[in-house]
Each structure stands twice: as C-alpha cells, then as structure tokens.
Design a protein around this ligand. Structure first.
Ligand code: NAP
Length: 316
C-alpha cells in the first residue's frame, strides 16, 4: 500500500512553548531536544523504524533534524532516508522543519572529498541537497577545522553558501577555541553571523566547558548544541547488565567495550541512584544536566527506537 501523504502531524505538537530555546542571539528557536541521524537512519537500517522515530519526534515538537554528508552507513544514506521522508511525509511541513547538514570528514575519494576547501564544501552541499530532495538546508556546518586550508577559505565558502540561498544559517562543529574566535569575527564582519556551535558535551566528556568554548559561545550570542549527550548510550541503563546484541557497543566501532570499566559501572550505578531520587532515569538526568548548563540551546540525541526517544524527551 502506498502510504505517501498519509502522515498527519499531531495538532498539539507546539502546545508546550517551554520546549523551545532561543539559539544564541538569533531569531531562531530550537527544540531543547533535537534528533540526530548519525546512526539508525542509514541504508542498513529499517526504513519504517526510522520513519516511526521521526514521526514521534515531530509529533512531540522536535523540529530540528541533524544530518551530515557521511551519515549512514553507507555514507550519504541517512540523507537519502531524509529525502524519502520528505517525499513520503514531511513535504507539507518543510517550513516547520529545521534541517542541518555538514561537510568536513571523508566523503568521497581523492583530494576534494574531505576537510575544509571551498571545492569540497560547495560540492558536498550540492550532493546533500539532492539526496535530501530539498532546495536549501536551514543550517550548514563545517564539520571540523582544517589546519591545512586557510581558515578564510572555509569561512568564505560558508558565507557564499548563504548568499547563494543554499543554507539559511551556518554553524561550525568540533573547531578548537582559537579558530572559533576567528570564525566568529569573520562571519560577523561578512554579515553571516555564526548561528551555532556543535560540540560533544555530556556528563563524561566536558571539553567544550573545560576549553572555554561554551563560555565563548554564550558571551558572543552563539547557540550551542550538545552532540552525543548520552555518550552514545553509556549514560543510560543500556550496559548495566552486559552488552546487548542490538546495541551500538556490540558493533565495536564507534563505541568500544573497553569503556565498560569497573570505574564506569560504579559511576553509572551512583548516577542511577541519584537519578531515581529525582524520579528520573539515568538518561533523563544526564540530558537535564546538559540543559542546565548556561549557554546550551539543545541536546542532540540519537535513538534506535521510538521508546528511547519517548523516554529521553521527558528530560525537559
Ligand atoms: N558534529 C559531530 O562531529 C557529531 C558527532 C557525533 C554525533 N553528532 C550528532 O549527534 C547526534 C547524536 O549522537 P549520538 O547518537 O552519539 O547520541 P547519544 O544520544 O549520546 O546516543 C544515542 C544512542 O544511545 C542509546 N540510547 C539512547 N537513549 C537511550 C535510552 N533511553 N536507553 C538506552 N539506550 C539509549 C542508543 O544506542 P543503541 O543503538 O545501543 O540503542 C542511541 O542510538 C548524531 O545523530 C549526530 O546528529 C555529531
């Protein structure tokens, strides 16, 4: 049966105003919980599950979907899933969605499919738009700082991408503090203010706080979105009794079993006790902790089931 056009978003999805935060000093409001497509939305994943997760998200006010050129696997297929979702369900809601993509890590072979050249960023965004079946992204990121490319080349490419109408806003991700300062000034002086910084921040990994990045963003009106806010599942009850066969750790790729040390298990059990005192799950407590940090706009969660997302969204 062709289900295209059947999806009707929940009419109460925007009932809770407090679910949105202003992104830095911009005009953009983002949901406090955003949905990432790094895992679980690739060509290897069941489309109907990806689809159900996005429906649940949007029905509950999650307007921001975060992608990158190389999310999958295979590379590019998370964006293809997004394209299919646009065709099947979300086209009528395009103006209610805030879709981001990125380029900066390896994407295609040869010298033009990686890092931060103008050549790579321009070509990659064109490919992303084709895969996602959309004319523009709301937000385009430089996915990492390229020490070999003049920083002005990367930044001017971002400015021109906005001028060309292919992105409404620009962001940077994983850049160290000093180049971040250069980016903030360059983009402001070229009338394309830096909207947001995307960095790994959770109770275990606190570099953006320790290195002054979060403070810099807050002081300069730049939003901050925390990726891997659950440390890829470590800050949940997922690994309390070993490694489930369907978990990210079972793949031993991005999340390795060496993380399950006695110190970690002790830490997570203590966190569980503290969370339960507040009537929360471990994941809810971990997400709430991030949202309490001054300057944080949103937590960018991943989910391999509707149930995980349903539980996690209650952190707000
Ligand atoms: N800019 C960057 O360089 C960068 C890097 C990484 C990520 N990101 C972005 O951040 C997004 C989120 O990253 P992430 O997936 O690592 O985030 P995360 O929220 O820390 O981890 C998500 C994983 O944790 C597990 N999980 C989530 N909720 C759970 C619950 N209630 N109970 C038990 N397990 C739970 C699931 O793993 P299982 O599969 O085991 O169920 C899920 O896939 C990505 O999709 C991407 O958009 C950006």
């Amino acid at each position: 049966m062709d289900l295209k056009g059947i999806y009707m978003a929940d009419e109460h999805r925007y009932d809770d105003d407090s679910f949105y935060s202003r992104c830095g000093k911009s005009g953009v409001m983002l949901p406090k919980v955003s949905l990432g497509f790094w895992h679980n939305f690739g060509g290897v994943d069941p489309y109907e599950r990806s689809r159900a997760i996005t429906h649940y998200a949007f029905d509950h006010g999650i307007t921001h979907f975060d992608l990158a050129n190389n999310y999958g696997p295979p590379y590019g297929t998370a964006e293809e899933t997004m394209g299919r979702l646009m065709d099947d369900d979300f086209r009528p809601y395009r103006d209610e969605l805030f879709i981001s993509s990125k380029a900066g890590f390896d994407m295609w072979p040869g010298p033009y499919g990686n890092w931060g050249s103008r050549k790579y960023l321009m070509a990659s965004l064109d490919q992303s738009l084709k895969r996602m079946h959309i004319d523009y992204v709301d937000l385009f990121y430089s996915h990492r700082f390229d020490p070999e490319t003049p920083v002005e080349e990367t930044l001017q490419a971002l400015v021109d991408i906005v001028r060309m109408g292919k992105a409404l806003y620009v962001g940077i991700s994983n850049w160290p503090l000093e180049p971040l300062k250069v980016a903030e000034q360059y983009l402001r002086e070229h009338d394309v203010p830096l909207l947001i910084y995307q960095g790994r921040l959770n109770m275990i990994d606190r570099e953006p706080m320790e290195e002054g990045i979060l403070d810099f963003c807050r002081e300069h009106g730049i939003g901050f979105i925390a990726f891997s806010p659950l440390a890829q599942g470590l800050l949940t009850d997922r690994y309390l009794n070993g490694i489930p066969a369907d978990s990210r750790m079972a793949h031993e790729k991005f999340l390795k079993s060496e993380r399950l040390t006695p110190e970690y298990l002790n830490y997570i059990l203590n966190l569980k006790t503290e969370a339960e005192k507040q009537g929360k799950t471990i994941a809810q407590a971990a997400l709430a902790w991030i949202l309490q940090q001054q300057g944080v706009t949103s937590v960018l969660v991943g989910a391999s089931s509707v149930n995980q997302l349903a539980m996690n969204i209650k952190c707000v």
